[in-house]
Design a protein. Structure first.
Length: 194
């Protein structure tokens, strides 16, 4: 299996293989995020089913899901390697959400740093990708702050649950860009916060 389940530990967060053991914490952490129309975040009531869906994709080799744990060990979000392409050594980081209480903290930057480091340094990825709704400005800015480059917009790419069409912004970091992006992310972790 590529990539194999792994636990990634940082100073501000731990990424642990997702399991139903995280369901109660995640249900209480999601708040009103599931009401955002331009993204798909599970409701508190739907958390168990979403965990099952993600774990089902592990068996198909297309997803490796993580629970985002705060320093106390409480699950405060989810993220994944998804759209896994083992033959071409590519993964997408996506299906990510974090509790409003930890957004714009070191936690998200550290989680992306851990996922990227593992992807490039341990898995030998040639590229890591992100996809988000074109209108999800908060997500797009967060991806751009990481140092990812916009590859393009997939127009009328998918139908949203409300029936609207999603234009998808596609970003990536390539292996050649990784050393500079890593330096940038390490600086983001060290610099004082406003």
């Amino acid at each position: 299996m590529w990539p194999a389940p792994v636990t990634l530990k940082g100073q501000h967060a731990t990424l642990a293989p997702l399991s139903q053991d995280h369901a109660a914490d995640l249900a209480s952490s999601v708040g009103d995020l599931h009401k955002l129309w331009y993204t798909a975040i599970p409701s508190p009531e739907g958390m168990g089913a979403e965990i099952d869906r993600r774990l089902g994709l592990v068996g198909k080799g297309t997803m490796l899901p993580f629970a985002v744990l705060d320093p106390s060990g409480r699950a405060v979000g989810m993220t994944t390697y998804m759209n896994i392409d083992a033959a071409n050594k590519r993964v997408e980081i996506g299906s990510t959400w974090m509790s409003a209480s930890v957004q714009r903290s070191h936690m998200n930057t550290e989680c992306k740093l851990m996922l990227l480091t593992h992807a490039f340094d341990n898995l030998g990825c040639i590229a890591v990708e992100w996809r988000t709704h074109y209108l999800n400005v908060q997500s797009r800015r967060a991806i751009e702050r990481l140092g990812a480059k916009l590859d393009g917009i997939l127009r009328a790419h998918m139908v949203m649950p409300n029936g609207s069409l999603r234009d998808t912004a596609v970003y990536s970091v390539t292996a050649a860009e990784w050393p500079a992006v890593e330096t940038h992310l390490l600086w983001q972790m060290e610099k004082p916060r406003d």
